[in-house]
Design a protein around this ligand. Sequence first.
Ligand code: HEC
Length: 120
Amino acid sequence: MKVLSMISAVCLVLLASSWVAGQTVRGNPKDGQAVYEKNCLRCHGNTLDGNGPDSKDLIVQPANLRSSVIRSKTDWELLVAISNGVLFSPMHSFRGKLTDQQMVDVLSYIRDVSPPGTVS
Ligand code: HEC
């Protein structure tokens, strides 16, 4: 009995994680670009390289969104960072500032400029 419930727990976890990993976010990159220019560009820069006009005043430098580190993260990980922010950094939470759709759109824009899994 115990073994059976353990097996089903493992199956559940596997199922849930493949569901999350299998999600591809479908937003509108064009709308996302407008969201980006208004909310993100000042830190992450015009070309997404992390050198926005405000970045020189920051101690924790904005992430280079073209880097292989970001490309290798899942949509889910990046969405969590955008909606919850990154602890102890100027990357604050955008929940409440942007709608879910806007966050998905801005992620699509980032993925368009910097496709996942490829290295420039
Ligand atoms: C005030 C400056 C600032 C603004 C505005 C800003 N960011 Fe950031 N962002 C940062 C910094 C700094 C980091 C790096 C945090 C770290 O590495 O500890 C970061 C990290 C990130 C990351 C990487 C998270 C990870 O998992 O490594 C993503 C994705 C991101 N930002 C997206 C966005 C998006 C999208 C917007 C606009 C909606 C935005 N940021 C606006 C400063 C900013």
